[in-house]
Design a protein around this ligand. Structure first.
Ligand code: SF4
Ligand code: SF4
Length: 420
């Protein structure tokens, strides 16, 4: 359905009875408190766009950009209107009618080519080191959202991890690792933990060095034409390496790949949920687990809890690391991140985030864990802004700390950003 035209979705948006139930769960509406921000308004405007009553103008594009694509509205709708997919289709139509050179360069030219993306990440890091980003922000040339990712690590994960990492002991499975762009460029320490933990638990980890993006940034920005070729290349890469089963430590990548399977675009390969996989492997792990002296809470990423319905196994996994687990209030509420949303609507994003930070703080936990690198980025930003000394970690990093035996990759335990 992701690739359907807005007009193809007519039967879906006509099902909207304007009951307003979607408003009650929309984090954007909750803050804006204006009907124009409500999911049902977007459904209505999409209908008008499709019928030609509304011109595809920049104002319409701005309206549809005010959505985190958290999918809460779709889940809540009693008429089963796939609101977030209608919004995606509207964005795609608007992007086609109003092409943007900058958007096309970023999402179609650079993001689809790993070498160029690596170059771009290096350029950002250099600019950060020279203080140019701070100067740009102080002069108002760069938006405040540029400070969201923090200081980029010197080397992405792919520069320090081999294509094949053998199982540390008896081989139980051979798995392909879909390394997402955020983990690769922002949090290579998560990738190192992922590889080392799976190796310790008896898996041979295959990490293709030529992997491309999963396609989510392109889908969200309406640049759909770029998606299918990347997906095709990624599938061919895994096939060439003889991989039939894959996983990712990024909830957004997994949700996107599963949706692409529904579209028959990423077929013939099994996608595992990492939390469930780790729980299964731990059942057969006999070398002991060290209990962590931490109090941890868990934030449900929209792309894991909402899009894939996975909420129990991440919590079970955290408990297996021996942390004292404390549930936060509204753990399933969005943190306000969501790809480009935080860039285009920084202030709104921060308002949504502040509620999440309050929920985290109320638990008294010293650690908040989550399965999505984008959520990690958002939560770290919010906690730092409020000067709260609460660590944000991926559950696989905590598991790496609690497994007792030595690992076979470099620096697997560091929770904070890489300082290589
Ligand atoms: S909940 Fe569904 S039917 Fe009700 S207004 Fe929202 S989109 Fe329409
Ligand atoms: S996807 Fe989330 S942010 Fe977007 S309209 Fe629906 S509830 Fe609101």
């Amino acid at each position: 359905m992701v690739f359907e035209e807005l007009s193809d979705l007519k039967e879906h948006y006509l099902r909207c009875v304007r009951c307003g139930q979607c408003r009650s769960v929309c984090p954007v509406f909750e803050e804006v408190r204006n009907e124009t921000a409500a999911p049902r308004s977007k459904v209505f405007l999409a209908h008008m766009l499709s019928s030609g009553e509304l011109r595809p103008c920049p104002e319409a594009a701005a309206h549809f950009s005010r959505c985190i694509l958290c999918q809460a509205c779709t889940r809540e709708c009693p008429s089963a209107v796939p609101v977030h997919k209608i919004i995606l289709a509207a964005r795609s139509m608007l992007a086609r009618e109003h092409p943007s050179r900058i958007r096309a360069t970023i999402f179609r030219e650079i993001w689809t080519r790993p070498a160029l993306l690596k170059l771009a990440a290096g350029f950002v890091r250099c600019s950060q080191s020279l203080g140019l980003v701070k100067i740009g922000q102080a002069c108002g040339l760069l938006p405040p959202a540029f400070s969201l990712p923090g200081r980029l690590p010197r080397r992405p994960a792919l520069s320090s991890l081999p294509e094949i990492t053998p199982a540390a002991g008896k081989l139980t499975a051979r798995l392909g690792y879909f390394l997402g762009c955020s983990t690769n460029y922002l949090y290579p320490e998560i990738a190192r933990s992922t590889v080392s933990v799976l190796s310790q638990l008896g898996c041979e980890v295959v990490l293709p060095q030529t992997l491309k993006c999963c396609g989510l940034p392109q889908l969200e920005s309406g640049e759909l034409e770029a998606v299918a070729p990347m997906v095709h290349d990624n599938l061919a890469t895994f096939k060439r390496l003889g991989v039939n089963t894959i996983f990712s430590d990024c909830a957004s990548c997994t949700a996107t790949l599963k949706e692409l399977q529904v579209q028959q675009l990423f077929s013939g390969i099994e996608i595992l949920d990492l939390s469930g996989l780790l729980l299964d492997l731990l059942d057969n792990y006999n070398s002991g687990i060290k209990e962590l002296n931490r109090v941890a809470t868990y934030h449900d990423p929209c792309h894991l809890a909402g899009a894939q319905g996975i909420t129990l196994s991440p919590r079970q996994l955290l408990r297996r690391t021996g942390v004292e687990f404390r549930e936060m209030k509204d753990a399933g509420n969005c943190c306000g991140g969501g790809g480009t949303f935080a860039i285009y609507h920084y202030d709104l994003s921060m308002k949504i985030l502040s509620k999440k930070i309050k929920s985290i703080e109320e638990t008294g936990a010293d650690t908040v864990a989550t399965f999505c690198p984008t959520c990690i980025m958002q939560l770290r930003h919010g906690l730092a802004k409020q000067k709260l000394a609460i660590e944000v970690a991926h559950p696989v990093q905590l598991l790496a700390q609690s497994l007792k035996t030595g690992l076979n990759t470099k620096k697997p335990y560091d929770l904070a950003g890489s300082k290589e």
